[in-house]
Design a protein. Structure first.
Length: 272
């Protein structure tokens, strides 16, 4: 079944997947202590003091054709005044249909597309052989959390500005165990090498932050980190797991039983 057919067959599931991602952005925004926050029937957006695109963004757009041009003008002018970059998230519920063209007219440029994927845990293939020396544990201490963050930032190649945001959040809030947010750390011979993160919310569990240090890639470690999170979600009674995958990552997740059901795009505006 292609992406369009999936959306027609499972509209409620697609809407839930989209909302799950929006909620994660809003969680981040709240943690960053936004200096501006706006939500109405047309859009949801926020600004912080951090000069990083994902720290300032429009995460929901459901506008009419007559509303969209003044909305983009208003938000980009606000970003210009604050001298911060801006991320604009588009998903299956975004309106109007020609929103990308409206954004481009306002110098909000295309950034990337990721696949929204779903797994019914009953479709998860049987576990393959174990990897020697790999240990996967739930993060339960501040020391483990700091290692998790270091691996995440290095594994994803985050620039210094993004690292600063990540660790400033950690310095502000510390590590507080939370049953709805589960972090997994993979170690080889006690060396932290991989991460994954499970967000448990409502009917869906979300898989995020699957990262492996470059020197340890192509060994199946990322798959093991994914499976550890999926197994816990299944144990807790979740049947549907969602994630967003890059073009390169999509094939890996398909082998685990995930199927693509929609796409998300991000656009970025930069101040002048």
């Amino acid at each position: 079944m292609d992406e369009y057919a999936e959306q027609q067959a499972h509209p409620e599931l697609i809407a839930a997947l989209h909302q799950h991602l929006v909620d994660r952005y809003l969680e981040l925004a709240q943690a960053l202590q936004p200096v501006a926050w706006h939500r109405d029937t047309c859009a949801t957006w926020f600004f912080t003091t951090h000069p990083v695109p994902f720290c300032n963004g429009v995460v929901r757009t459901e506008c009419s054709v007559t509303e969209i041009d003044p909305l983009i003008t208003r938000i980009t002018q606000e970003a210009q005044k604050r001298q911060v970059p801006l991320l604009w998230l588009l998903g299956p519920a975004s309106r109007p249909a020609d929103l990308p063209q409206w954004l481009e007219r306002h110098r909000v440029r295309y950034d990337e597309t990721v696949s929204g994927m779903i797994l019914d845990v009953r479709d998860l293939p049987e576990e393959e052989e174990q990897l020697p020396h790999l240990s996967i544990s739930l993060v339960e201490t501040a020391e483990q959390m700091e290692s998790w963050l270091q691996v995440l930032c290095t594994g994803f190649g985050f620039p210094e500005a993004v690292r600063e945001v990540v660790f400033s959040l950690y310095r502000s809030y510390g590590f507080v165990p939370n049953a709805s947010r589960q972090y997994y750390l993979g170690t080889i011979d006690t060396i932290p090498v991989a991460t994954s993160y499970l967000s448990l919310d409502g009917q869906l569990a979300g898989l995020y932050s699957v990262a492996t240090l470059a020197a340890y890639r192509r060994r199946g470690i990322g798959t093991k980190m994914t499976r550890a999170a999926l197994a816990e979600a299944k144990r807790l009674g979740y049947t549907q797991i969602t994630l967003q995958a890059s073009h390169m990552g999509e094939a890996i997740y398909r082998r685990l039983g995930f199927r693509k059901v929609c796409s998300f795009q991000t656009y970025v505006w930069m101040p002048v």
